[in-house]
Design a protein around this ligand. Structure first.
Ligand code: GDP
Ligand code: MG
Ligand code: ZN
Length: 310
């Protein structure tokens, strides 16, 4: 007799499972012959995976990994063909950013958004720390909203300090497994803590250096919000976790939703939206229908990816 549960934590040798939405984690090990089952991945099972398990005396054994609706992976190293599965079955990514402290970097934000599109993870953008700049920067905030709402994203404004938007954030997480992502220092851990003050999370400067090396020993972990009533969160250690895996140059525009739409009218397919005559994307940028910032991020990514593929 087997039952199903979700992997909520992975520590090298064993796993913690829980039958969500109930939060009663128990230990399990992986059946030996499952270890090599996943293509190039260094880890066959990730946080968020739905698995079948069997009781074997006092212990539980994972016997099967059920099909994933999505998963985040990164290459083990830049040139490696091996990859590491960071998390699976994510219902929504909360991409946390701020206009200042730290200052917004469009290419950085857009890279995360592209990654989420690539892995088919729905996104809500969370513009945090509004207490620090909303009064002085109303125009900049409006411009930010115009860019990202124009691209098709939902944008929340939040402040852990003033409490702005925290209820909306709570609603966005309820009943879901959410991944918090975004540049270090934007307030991911603080926001998660505001959703459940009892959680023991690392806030402030956490070390991500060890995650950028060749071997990842730290794994993602799922936390229940208010015992699971508020949903579940995965706090990602940093952007470096999001290396793009096997993205072809021609593919990049597919993951900018507003470009994908416009590209249907380009004269040539495939079109890199750079030099081609009759390019509908360039046309839309010139008319201000696609933001110059997003297009610049696109060009930057095109150049970056080009370096790896001659
Ligand atoms: N003023 C202000 N500070 C914040 C806000 N959110 C987080 N912080 C501070 O920003 C720093 C980084 O927050 P943290 O949650 O660790 O960011 P993370 O690296 O994204 O997890 C901490 O000192 C927080 O207290 C906010 O909404 N307003
Ligand atoms: Mg953090
Ligand atoms: Zn084009």
């Amino acid at each position: 007799m087997s039952s199903t549960a979700i992997v909520v934590k992975h520590t090298g040798s064993h796993y913690l499972l829980s039958e969500l939405p109930r939060w009663e984690p128990f230990e399990a090990v992986l059946r030996g012959n499952l270890r090599l089952s996943e293509g190039n991945a260094t880890n066959p099972v990730a946080v968020g995976d739905r698995v079948e398990y069997e009781k074997d005396g006092a212990s539980c054994v994972i016997t099967k990994i059920l099909e994933r609706k999505n998963h985040l992976i990164r290459k083990s190293t830049n040139l490696s063909r091996q990859s590491h599965i960071l998390a699976a079955n994510i219902d929504r990514a909360l991409v946390v950013t701020s206009l200042y402290f730290p200052r917004l970097k469009f290419p950085f934000l857009d890279r995360i958004l592209v990654t989420c599109e690539m892995f088919r993870i729905p996104v809500t953008i969370v513009l945090n720390k509004t207490d620090l700049y909303a009064a002085e920067c109303a125009d900049e905030i409006a411009a930010f909203d115009a860019i990202y709402q124009g691209a098709g994203y939902e944008v929340l404004h939040t402040s852990v300090k003033s409490g702005e938007g925290l209820q909306a954030l709570q609603q966005a997480c309820k009943g879901k497994v959410c991944l918090f992502s975004g540049e270090s220092g934007t307030g991911k851990s603080s926001l998660i803590k505001s959703l459940d003050p009892t959680l023991e999370l690392r806030t402030g400067a956490i070390s991500t250096a060890h995650l950028q090396g060749k071997h990842t020993t730290t794994f993602y972990e799922m936390f229940p919000l208010r015992g699971g009533e508020g949903g579940f969160v995965i706090d990602s250690p940093g952007i470096r976790g999001f290396g793009l895996v096997g993205l072809e140059k021609e593919e990049i525009a597919l993951y900018f939703p507003e470009m994908l739409k416009a590209a249907q009218q380009c004269r040539f397919t495939p079109c890199t939206h750079t030099h081609e005559p009759g390019c509908a994307v360039k046309d839309a940028v010139e008319k201000g229908l696609i933001s110059a910032e997003r297009y610049a991020s696109y060009l930057g990514m095109l150049e970056e990816e080009g370096k790896y593929r001659k």
